[in-house]
Design a protein around this ligand. Structure first.
Ligand code: 87F
Length: 722
């Protein structure tokens, strides 16, 4: 497979490089030094045998909002807070922050904590253009030798700053020598403003409050295990959606990163959601006679290119296996990006007469598409899980019915199971699957103002049956070409539900797919009767379990109730039952609903019924909340100016449209051109049609296309999109 090798800038490869380049250096081994303080302590006690003055360095890998990346090597004591860096790189406050782990592995091929100036050597030619390297001017001006950490954290490389500079320049990098010191006048300005802010806080009594909070927190931190704030999500959904999303899915233990870009580990907290979706959809399709199969993962070159027209556009995304051990695999074999070309030769063999139809096949598998766009876990990944259904019918109409039946099932998965509203519709000619007659889809709208294709169901007509000779003898014994459909739903579902429902405390999971629906947290103080408290928790647990509810009794002694609350809120468990001695004396417990953060008490005898009721209430409430959000962010536009206005507000825009593919291309080009010319930061530069909704409002007689003045034939939805 064409994966990028992990070319870690390890000690030996750097030693070789420096010796090849005849650069004087000293690489010293030491105990693992993971942060700056122990490193400084180590080198104070064990000074390296290098020319003085020498200094230990830090390395930062940062990104800006426009997608630019920076690698900075600076003296350990140079101030490099983000506010200052924004000033130095002349960008708006908040624009610069740490690059994600994902970027670290795809660009520098290393893990967090292991970045160093040498990691630049791992960049591809394309990536070199995207990363700026900045070397602290202080190093070049004031030090003879610099120490580059952490080289796997157990060794440090000492060399001259000028040698590092010339080495990187020789390798084709631009080395910016950057002054990170704040000019005195700017400092004064900053202090003036700071004084103002503090004054304001004092007036309001905020300064003291802050101090109180700090003290309280410090008291709590006597047991470091109980630092609840460290558990929580730091980024705000409404301020920095993409970092908020990354934090949500990693801290809740849905995802872990992997050292191949675009590939992620699905941990039980997300995989169990996928299992719920599988169980539901599998039940629906089996009930109409669809059978599951397992076709091979590999596809031969010959089979893949048999249906050239449809594969051609996709071919850059196909991953190939070219080697086995030391031998060549000749010709190379592809990893399935979809299975039409794997399944259809078999269908042609199996189908002889109308009695063999309909053939209704499905498989639950993984798929590989070597995408080059920015990966986003669940939403756009190089490997993903899906089901792909492929059916063969005797007539056009029967295939068409299948297409819409499946589309309805997909709507049910999103709306009824995941509480995410979607819009069923037909893709435009430009956006449809080119191998088929038409593509139906369900489209979602995310809180970051982007549309997202949630699933597709295609009418393939007879295109593939011609190519693969899928023919049958009809009742009159006449040879006929078969009619086909194909349809797919992926693990993108999980990304969509996280993005829609999550809040600044973390995930909010719809009860129907939540791996755990209820968590019971006892509140026990040392004076309480532990036995009674634990006994009651076990009792409630057993009752709920018996009633088929997915429940956990969090009776661990390791953490405080507060810590447990934060933990389960982060993981999005729909209901928490909390209770202590006082509650039990009143024969009651407290319910906390994760979706609206409300608490209320429930009598012990009603717990099971009330849980059942509340799980339904929450499921509905979550769906309705999203319906409202999408409604608020939807506008109708009859002309191009109001269309642009809607788009720039981050809305979904419905327009009367002529259905002409050229017109669609021109709209996209015009929007791009306007954004490029615009000075304003928030002008949307890309847009596309999501679909033409099945539910069409009436188009008044004489209505024209919003863009080209031709007759409007349909309503179309436009938006920014993943
Ligand atoms: C990437 C590489 C090669 C999408 C690809 O939507 C081929 C393809 O055919 C490709 N990306 N597609 C379209 C997939 C069509 C269709 N297949 C069955 C589906 C649903 C399930």
């Amino acid at each position: 497979m064409s994966s990028t090798p992990v070319n870690y800038p390890d000690k030996d490869s750097i030693a070789k490089l420096l010796s090849d380049e005849k650069i004087q250096n000293l690489i010293v081994d030491h105990e693992p030094l993971l942060t700056i303080p122990p490193a400084l302590e180590h080198f104070t006690k064990n000074p390296p045998a290098v020319e003085a003055p020498f200094i230990y360095c830090k390395n930062l890998f940062l990104k800006n909002k426009a997608g630019g990346l920076y690698l900075i090597t600076a003296a350990h004591d140079t101030k490099t807070d983000y506010k200052l860096l924004c000033k130095i790189f002349k960008t708006k406050n908040g624009n610069i922050r740490e690059a994600e782990k994902d970027k670290l592995s795809s660009y520098l091929h290393c893990e967090p904590g292991h970045v160093n100036s040498f990691s630049l050597l791992n960049l591809s030619e394309e990536q070199k253009k995207e990363v700026q390297f900045h070397l602290d001017k202080n190093l070049v001006d004031n030090y003879k030798t610099i120490g580059i950490p952490p080289m796997n954290s157990s060794s440090t490389c000492w060399l001259k700053p000028d040698d590092l500079k010339s080495l990187l320049e020789k390798k084709g990098f631009t080395v910016n020598i950057t002054d990170f010191t704040v000019k005195e006048e700017e400092k004064k300005d900053e202090n003036k403003n700071k004084g103002k802010d503090e004054g304001k806080k004092k007036e309001k009594g905020e300064g003291n409050k802050k101090q109180d909070k700090k003290e309280k927190k410090e008291k709590k931190n006597e047991n470091p295990d109980e630092d609840i704030s460290a558990l929580g999500i730091q980024n705000k959904k409404e301020e920095n959606f993409s970092d908020w999303y990354s934090e949500c899915i990693t801290k809740s233990e849905m995802i872990d990163y992997y050292d191949i870009s675009g590939c992620y580990i699905l941990r039980p907290w997300s995989y169990e959601i996928w299992e719920k979706i599988q169980e539901y959809l599998d039940g629906l399709i089996k009930a109409i006679g669809v059978k599951n199969y397992n076709f091979p993962l590999f596809v031969s070159q010959k089979a893949l290119f048999k249906e050239k027209e449809h594969v051609e556009g996709f071919s850059p995304e196909v991953a190939w296996v070219t080697k086995s051990g030391k031998g060549e695999i000749d010709p190379p074999i592809a990893i399935r990006p979809t299975s039409e070309t794997i399944m259809y030769p078999a269908f042609a063999k199996w189908i002889r007469s109308h009695r063999d139809l309909p053939l209704l096949a499905n498989q639950w598998t993984n798929i590989v598409r070597w995408e080059f766009k920015n990966p986003t876990p669940f939403i756009r990944t190089r490997e993903f899980l899906w089901q792909e259904g492929h059916t063969v019918h005797a007539t056009y109409e029967e295939a068409e019915q299948m297409v819409y039946k499946i589309l309805e099932y997909y709507r049910m998965v999103y709306e009824d199971l995941c509480a995410c509203p979607v819009i069923p519709g037909i893709k435009t000619e430009n956006e449809k699957f080119p191998g088929g007659l038409f593509t139906s889809s369900i489209e979602g709208f995310l809180p970051n103002g982007k549309g997202v294709q949630c699933a597709t169901s295609h009418h393939l007509g007879q295109n593939f049956s011609k190519m693969f000779e899928i023919v049958f003898l009809d009742k009159e014994k006449k040879k006929q070409l078969a009619w086909q459909t194909s349809w797919g739903l992926t693990t993108r579902t999980i990304g969509v539900l996280v993005m829609m429902h999550g809040d600044n405390k973390g995930l909010v999971l719809p009860p129907k797919v939540a791996p755990t629906q209820v968590v019971i947290v006892p509140i026990k103080t040392s004076k309480d009767n532990a036995e009674e408290i634990m006994g009651k928790g076990n009792e409630i647990y057993d009752q709920l379990k018996k009633a088929g509810i997915r429940v956990i009794f969090d009776d661990s002694e390791m953490h405080t109730p507060g810590w447990k609350y934060a933990q389960w809120e982060l993981k999005g468990v729909p209901i928490r039952i909390e209770y202590g001695k006082k509650d039990l004396s009143k024969d009651q417990v407290t319910f906390f609903c994760r979706d609206n953060l409300e608490k209320f008490t429930v009598k012990l005898e009603n717990v099971v019924d009330k849980i059942k009721e509340m799980l339904d209430v929450i499921q509905k409430r979550m769906f309705e909340k999203q319906v409202e959000r999408v409604k608020k962010a939807t506008t109708h536009a009859n002309d191009f100016n109001s269309f642009l206005e809607g788009l720039n507000k981050g809305n979904l825009v419905y327009t009367p449209w002529c259905k002409d593919s050229d017109c669609e291309d021109k709209v996209k080009a015009k929007v791009k051109e306007i954004a490029e010319k615009s000075e304003e930061q928030d002008t949307v530069g890309t847009c596309k049609t999501l679909n033409m909704p099945l539910k069409q409002e009436k188009i008044e007689e004489g209505t024209k296309c919003f863009f080209c003045d031709k007759k409007a034939l349909t309503w179309a939805i436009w938006g920014r999109s993943y």
